[in-house]
Design a protein around this ligand. Sequence first.
Ligand SMILES: [Zn+2]
Length: 509
Amino acid sequence: MSALLLRRARLGAAVRDVLVDTGRVRAVADDLSAGAPGLPELPAGTEVVDLDGGTLLPGLTDAHVHLDQWAAVRRRIDVSAARSAAEAAALVVHGLGGVPPEPGALVLGQGFRDALWARPPDAAALDAVLPGVPVVLASGDMHTAWLSSTAAELLGFDAPTGVVREHAAMEVFARAGGVPDDVLDGWVLEAASAAAARGVTAVVDLEYGDLVTTWARRAALRPGGPALRVRAGVWVDRLEETIAAGLRSGDPLPGIGDPVAADRVRLGPLKVFVDGSLGTRTAFCSHAYPGATHPEAHGLLRTPLPELERLLRRAGAAGLDLAVHAIGDRATAVALDGFAAAGCTGRIEHAQQVHPDDLPRFAELGVVASVQPRHAVDDRDAADQHWAGATGWAFPYRALVEAGAGLVLGSDAPVAPLDPWDGIASAVHRSLDERAAWHPEQHLDLDVALAAASGGRRAVRVGDVADLVVVAEPPAAVLARDGVRGLRATEVQGTLVAGRWTHRSGPLG
Ligand SMILES: [Zn+2]
């Protein structure tokens, strides 16, 4: 692979040349066209690209995605605007565009948020407008599946109300998403390229399933593999086989022959669920959900502390990184207790509600908060209702940073779009509409949000892995001129993974 000289790259206030070779940033200087000290001449065959003042930033990481579902959701009927079950059903009809679905073919929709609906969704609402059609709708948070009677029958689910939650919902999605592997692989690689076009150089894929096999297969489909680095997560039901295979987090997946693809596709963390979600009212909280009378009025504790401790010990000792899903304040406390008891560290995925007493424990234990700022703006109304009186410590990004916690950003795609600029913009300004920012005291400054979206990297430095992104203008200038809307729409001109282009457009195209 030849070296790459990026001329006239804006790095902070300066415009400089950047030399990339063998996957790393080798030199940064005012003018590298004639080489650099210790580098008498440019390596033979160096590609020279003039960025013409384009801004060079560290590559962006999405620390939490479900890539299969995102790749499929990009193709589903969007029902996120529905304010009732009837509206959601009408959106499905509209989405079909008057074309009757092929007999027996599943109709898939995505994104309903029923937390504020006057009446819960049920099969009858779908059956009424699409009799005999198998319809499966996924909630925006992917913790609830809503099925028509025909879909429940077809997929073999006993769901009298048409609504199933949590593990059963994930089973429904797994069965309903059943397209042939080769089709889904193509969709996923396409979604990865679309993410690269937004400046993403790495994702942590926490899809449910055998990701080791899946990603080893996908890595072979294209020279160089997917257009970004993938850390393939492991769910608890595959922990033992992963350990038995001798795989540690960061290892290349077995059987990938292409060295570029092998470098990109590696084993990620173990994922453990402590609780459910806010939208499904299964996040495990110190306060009861208003009006809840069922036994889980405080949410659902999916993994109690002793079992969590056992899993973390077992996986940690085997060299696996640890990602613990916790949304409610009690769940977050259990996750922190689990890390403390097991004597290891890792990430808490979501940390949507953190009791003030628990804030300093992140830094004390070295636990990183892996957060999805778009959720804060999408779920503000649901939080105001279901976490009434406790929203002061909901999505507490600034409080976490001030308490010394490491923070990384993600989308949780398909829950939110796989676009880091959307997350950065949502962290900087906690409103999606004309309303004032929600708990603005918890916003992040732009430089903090950018660093959190870049795996903690704040600048491009010599010696760094050459995972880089070129944007048309400095993000701060975009924000100052066009506000948060402009920041969300940031123009990405180029993306590099280990010094190889994964995206080029506009003046670099
Ligand atoms: Zn997730």
